[in-house]
Design a binder for this molecule. Structure first.
Ligand code: SF4
Ligand code: MG
Length: 282
């Protein structure tokens, strides 16, 4: 297809491009990516920022987000969404820029990207969809697969410790880091709103379910059973603080791990330019 056939009025991304939406790739039945899409779309609508929001999609099942949320999107190479979002955010600092990344993309090949974007204080939001498995590529275990769980590359159980990305982002310099699940929709909505409001780097982790690649291999029942499993396994940070290690076995914490203020990259850069201009005039 010639590029001239794509760049025309009816294919503008903001107008729900048929080039992007009229394809056969969709999520499996029972997949909860749709829950997070709805939350993001509702927050965008509520804040009336549809024409001011730019999404960056990754590699893996999460990439399909661009088929469902009617905003401008940019696709990134595997794990590189924060770098692309960095460029977009610096060029257009008045836009709301977010990435939508799964654990295979973000927590493995993309881990260095996240840490440095956190540390620099880029003004971006990362929505991290953590279903604990490489879904699209066939169920390989990922850095967030719970210990002793199964994947195609962990047929006898995963012996790695689970990587806690939300805590890591908080420690690496994010101004906002929080975790919720696809069961706790009002809380997840609240966290995404907070993240969009904050200056600097924000990360919101949404623990989600992949019935196809994670659920079947780990005998988690059907799609509804998996959501009940999230409900029963999530413990608020306040409650977790009063529980023993044994009581927390098999459970995970949800809540806000970091909520602070810190300089944001573009503002700091503008200050540097002003200072150097002042020195030139002396
Ligand atoms: Fe969803 Fe898993 Fe299917 Fe991917 S493989 S679309 S994450 S259920
Ligand atoms: Mg995944």
């Amino acid at each position: 297809m010639d590029v001239k056939d794509i760049i025309k009025e009816e294919n503008l991304v903001y107008k729900k491009s048929e080039v992007l939406t009229d394809n056969v790739m969709h999520y499996c039945p029972g997949c909860t990516h749709g829950v997070v899409h709805k939350v993001i779309a509702e927050v965008i609508e509520e804040k009336d920022i549809q024409d001011k929001t730019i999404g960056v999609s990754p590699v893996g099942c999460s990439v399909l987000a661009y088929n469902y949320i009617d905003i401008d999107w940019h696709e990134a190479a595997h794990g590189r969404a924060p770098a692309v979002a960095t460029a977009v955010s610096r060029l257009m600092p008045d836009k709301y820029v977010f990435t939508y990344q799964g654990d295979g993309d973000l927590a493995s090949i993309g881990s260095a990207e996240i840490l440095h974007a956190c540390n620099r204080g880029e003004n971006i939001v990362v929505v991290f969809i953590n279903n604990g498995i490489y879904g699209m590529t066939g169920g390989q275990y990922s850095p967030t697969t719970p210990t002793n769980y199964f994947g195609t590359t962990a047929p006898y159980g995963n012996i790695d410790r689970t990587f806690d990305i939300a805590q890591l982002a908080g420690a690496a310099g994010a101004t906002y880091a929080a975790r919720s699940t696809v069961f706790h929709v009002p809380q997840l909505t609240n966290y995404i709103e907070n993240a969009l409001r904050k200056k600097g780097f924000s990360l919101v982790e949404a623990i989600s379910t992949c019935p196809t690649s994670f659920g079947r291999r780990n005998k988690k029942g059907d799609a509804v059973d998996m959501i009940k499993w999230l409900k029963d396994s999530a413990v608020t940070t306040t409650k977790a603080a009063k529980m023993s290690e044994e009581e927390m076995d098999g459970k995970f914490t949800i809540g806000e791990f970091k909520d602070t203020e810190a300089p944001e990259y573009v503002e700091e850069y503008d200050k540097l330019i002003e200072r150097l201009k002042g020195e030139d005039n002396e």
